[in-house]
Design a protein around this ligand. Structure first.
Ligand SMILES: *Cc1c(COP(=O)(O)O)cnc(C)c1O
Length: 452
């Protein structure tokens, strides 16, 4: 009769050569944990009658290995984005340029002069990095980099408008996503929200009336993720600035994406640029590092030195500061703009600039390699809370499959996972967002999925 006594002991299992391989891969303590867990599971199942025969040693070790891989596998790993959504927030927004990755790698590997003045040999400031690049690119007097744009907005309001009135158009009380709502951020910062105008219309006189009583700031927030159309009106930023300045009140412009280039060049709507806001006279402009800019996650604050100095001194500035990898990476991305090589070097800009001919060529090459599918014209989108409703024509490879849901699931199980789009009973793959170095892996993955 089979009894638990026949189950190999931990000691016996440790004598086996394949256990030695597991120890080499995962370390001794973790391997021991996994062996003990596996043996416990077998005992429990055996006692409850779920298991009639004791499993082989080989099975025990396979089970042990499976525990070990589950425990040590990172939950965060690369995927192939074949959706055609360029700034896919759920897929990590902007992929980075080679120079950006190199810069982040080199400051992370060793020590750096993050807060060390190489001239004097004394303590320096991390706040100077990327500042001169931003001054050159935007014409701003001063700049500050923080963790992301949400923290930039919170910091600006906390530092400049705590207990003060902040005047903002009702149509700009937006929710960015992930629960980030401008009115809630205002409350958090201690600012007093003063909404002016109506949902669809705001006039310069609305600002004027609100500013008769003293205010800390006038704020403008870009409607990043929706459009206001029809019977609408909103003054130009330069007129808002002119009015606010008459009352000695500074203007903050939360641009959201904040492009440094004209997106209209790629057949999209014009996304307000940082340079335009600076030229219109905004005192502070903030925007994301990883939206249309195409860099690492960051919140970038540019503007008047007196105000930025005040922001830098606020205690929250320390809590939301950028780390060295971010500062190094962002500097490298900004340098691409300075050298006028953004289109060639920054992946998101490159993706926007791909021609229909290039996209068609790639989709056709994929079809030839797979031996099936149709080339269809379709649309890529920008995503990431930028340019709502805007799309760029593209060519897609469309595959007919039995069950789209099952096929999508198989694609997601690939290593690396492939994320695709569907339309009715078709799987759509957009070459625009698939990085050239991922094409090989994509085709192998799709081929294997078609076989299952
Ligand atoms: C996206 C966005 C933010 C938040 O930026 P993150 O970098 O994602 O933190 C804030 N304001 C506006 C208008 C945005 O579009």
């Amino acid at each position: 009769m089979t009894t638990l006594r026949n189950l190999p002991s931990v000691e016996q299992l440790l004598q086996i050569e394949s256990t030695a391989h597991l120890i080499a891969r995962f370390g001794r303590p973790l391997t021991l944990d996994a062996i003990r867990l596996t043996l416990d599971e077998i005992r429990t199942r055996f006692k409850s009658g779920l298991l009639v025969d004791l499993p082989s040693t080989e099975f025990i070790l396979t089970q042990t290995e499976s525990h070990l891989t589950t425990w040590t596998n990172s939950t965060l790993h690369p995927v192939i984005n074949a959706t055609g959504v360029i700034l896919h927030t759920n897929l990590g927004r902007a992929p980075l340029s080679d120079a950006t990755i190199r810069a982040m790698d080199s400051v992370s590997r060793g020590y750096s002069n993050l807060e060390f003045d190489l001239e004097t040999g004394k303590r320096g400031s991390r706040l100077i990095h990327a500042e001169s690049l931003l001054q050159k690119l935007t014409g701003a007097e001063s700049a500050l980099i923080v963790n992301n744009n949400a923290s930039a907005v919170l910091l600006i309001l906390s530092a400049l408008a705590n207990k003060k009135r902040v005047v903002i158009a009702r149509s700009q009380l937006v929710e960015i996503g992930g629960g980030f709502r401008i009115p809630d951020v205002m409350k958090q910062s201690g600012a007093k929200l003063v909404e002016v105008g109506t949902t669809n219309k705001i006039h310069i006189s609305d600002y004027q009336e609100a500013l008769i009583e003293s205010a800390g700031l006038v704020m403008r927030a870009h409607r990043s993720n929706f459009k206001l159309v029809g019977f609408t009106e909103e003054p130009e930023l330069k007129d808002i600035v002119e009015t606010a300045h008459k009352f000695d009140v500074p203007v903050v412009d939360d641009l959201g994406s904040g492009a440094l280039y004209d997106t209209a060049k790629y057949g999209l709507a014009h996304e307000p640029t940082v340079q335009e806001s600076m030229q219109a006279g905004a005192d502070i402009v903030c925007f994301s590092g990883d939206k249309l800019l195409g860099g690492p996650q960051a919140g970038i604050i540019v503007g008047k030195k007196v105000l930025i100095d005040k922001i830098k001194k606020h205690p929250l500035a320390r809590a939301v500061r950028a780390d060295k990898a971010c500062l190094a990476g962002l500097s490298a991305t900004l340098t691409h703009y300075l050298k006028d090589e953004a289109e060639r070097e920054i992946p998101v800009v490159k993706m926007m600039s791909l021609t229909l001919k290039q996209l068609q060529g790639r989709a056709e090459a994929w079809r030839n390699e797979l031996g099936q599918g149709e080339i269809e014209s379709g649309l890529s989108t920008v995503g990431g809370g930028s340019l709502p409703d805007e799309s760029i024509p593209t060519f897609l490879l469309s595959l007919k499959v039995k069950s789209v849901e099952k096929f999508l699931k198989t694609l997601r199980k690939n290593n690396p996972p492939i994320i695709a789009r569907t339309e009715q009973d078709k799987i759509l793959l957009d070459p625009r967002t698939v990085l050239p170095e991922q094409e090989g892996a994509l085709l192998v993955g799709v081929k294997n999925s078609l076989k299952t």
